[in-house]
Design a protein around this ligand. Structure first.
Ligand code: HEM
Length: 168
């Protein structure tokens, strides 16, 4: 079945393939965010008693950042694929405009600010050598990263609600 929208042939199979891609990307990115939050809690517990083991957990956390970046890329590719066919329909709707703003915030918060905090923490850990101590600086970075995770999960929830209810 094909629909004709503003001279463009709508191909439902390709559209649905893009939607599947979108959902795969969401699974990867949101999954990596949640698992990073849990692993960070483990990291603080581990590094306080065993620096070497803490370093292993820290390395695992760096992989989650890569997963988030890849997930975001897949989400965007799927989203752009859908917009290719239904740009006129979705682009003008309120839910989509608000969602787009929130997606920018997801990138800024989860990939931008999180990266800055990660390298700040990395420097603090390296400067401490083999004896990790919870200083005021590490405590500050710890709570900032917690806030980044919380904001990220709330942004995801808001995007889910907007995308599913599609308020116009
Ligand atoms: C963090 C980023 C994003 C998340 C978590 C997200 C999440 C979602 C969810 C949960 C749906 C509902 C799927 C359904 O009803 O079957 C959806 C639909 C949609 N998304 Fe996204 N999205 C994101 C980014 C984007 C971007 C960047 C674009 C466009 C470039 C986009 C375009 C769309 C479109 C057009 C739909 C409607 C699909 C339909 O119902 O036919 N999304 N999104």
């Amino acid at each position: 079945m094909q629909l004709r929208l503003n001279q463009k042939i709508m191909n439902p199979t390709l559209y649905n393939m893009a939607l599947v891609m979108h959902i795969v990307g969401i699974t990867v990115m949101a999954g990596a965010t949640l698992i990073e939050y849990v692993t960070f809690r483990q990291f603080w517990k581990t590094v306080a008693v065993d620096q070497a083991q803490g370093a292993v957990v820290w390395e695992t956390i760096s992989n989650y950042q890569k997963m988030m970046g890849i997930g975001m890329l897949i989400i965007i590719l799927g989203g752009v694929g859908m917009m290719y066919y239904l740009h006129e329909a979705w682009g003008a709707q309120l839910w989509f405009r608000i969602k787009f703003g929130l997606v920018i915030l997801v990138i800024f918060n989860g990939l931008g600010i999180r990266r800055i905090l990660g390298s700040r923490l990395n420097k603090l850990i390296i400067n401490m050598g083999t004896a990790f101590q919870a200083t005021q600086s590490t405590r500050r970075v710890r709570s900032s990263i917690q806030i980044v995770h919380l904001i990220q999960l709330l942004l995801f929830l808001a995007i889910y609600i907007l995308s599913i209810y599609k308020f116009t």
